[in-house]
Design a protein around this ligand. Sequence first.
Ligand code: GCU
Length: 434
Amino acid sequence: MKKLICIIATLSILISNAKPQDLTNYDESKVPSYKLPELLVSLKGKPITSSSEWMEIRRPEILSLFEESMYGKIPGTLNISSYRIIETDTSALGNKAIRKQVVLIFSKAGKELNVNLLIYLPKNVVRAPVFVGYNFDGNHAVSDDPDILVTTSWLRDDSAHGVINNHATERSRGIEKGRWEIGKILNAGYGLVTLYYGDVDPDKNDFTDGVHSLMYRKGQTKPAADEWGSISAWAWGLSRVMDYLEKDPDIDASRAIVMGHSRLGKTALWAGALDQRFAIVISNNSGCGGAALSRRCYGERLGGMNRYFPHWLCDNCNKYDGDENSLPVDQHMLIALIAPRPVYIASAVDDRWADPKGEYLSGYYATPVYELFGRTGLTSIEMPPLNHPVMNYIGYHIRTGGHGVFGYDWDQYIRFADLHFKHIKPVFETISGI
Ligand code: GCU
């Protein structure tokens, strides 16, 4: 019988062209038993017992392990060469907001990279705190606002949305607006800074373009095995946005919240780990390579991700395809790198591909590091019920519905920011459905 099951499994792998490491498990009882790498013991075996030992010894070790085995090292420094404020409107969105459109210009090795920022700030707040996040379809896609410039430099062709020859057209204006609750954000006294991720690195398995190509050594055509994939490149881009925010007198860069969804949620976590200037970090449905524990092998697995999106992580990561247990890190360590700053992890109950439980457990297992700083993370190994957010220095919710960013998610992110920036304790209403 066992033999027969084995033959059927092998045949189905061959027929579907999937590799064993791609195979998805959605059965909690089949999650393998696993042992997470030690968070609070240094590589030399020293127990880490204080926040200063964490900051000085263990944190840098873990950061290097993630660089070498997962996301890849950023190979050098490339600062903003110049920037241009292309447009400012002090009566945008029905006179509620100030809108600015700014282009950051990077020049190196005879090449130039233009990164376009769209900024909305509430008119009634002096030096507003801001949410900072990449969008998927171009700045003009986040709102119907007709004055947002169409600036995307590379997009996957999509005639239904008017993306032709890799350039967006008017037809995609506003297509992503459901994901960006700009009204809620502004009403709550926050600004929004958004940019198209393809400006920094087009999302395709090609390293001749994007920021990578500006940073090559002589003769180099692709990153080395321990050098940056696209997620690291996108994280680099967020830090350069932060460099700009620090120069903008209308923005309080000390209260910048980095937020991202899905692949960009993975990016937000890595950016928040690398750059401690981000005061709060938010991961929305980030899943595998984001908040979800790799060793649970539930939903998407690293082997599958490395196969279908080979450019996201560094090539060294391929060694762990189908062998998550030998990874020197797991994703609770990524969350811990954000300590003692507040971090919020959001899941959706139908987004099993992203392994909601694995996303929760990362926060739970990162909690001992927050405790070294006298801060509370996630204290129960049990996930909270559906639509019942938990908000300490680590926040978490699992909501009704599937993969995406909705008003419900933004309500919690704003509450979480209010709690930490304005010391306003959240009042949770009973939520019957979304
Ligand atoms: C795919 C991928 C995920 C990713 C998602 C997204 O589903 O497998 O890892 O999070 O795309 O970014 O939309």
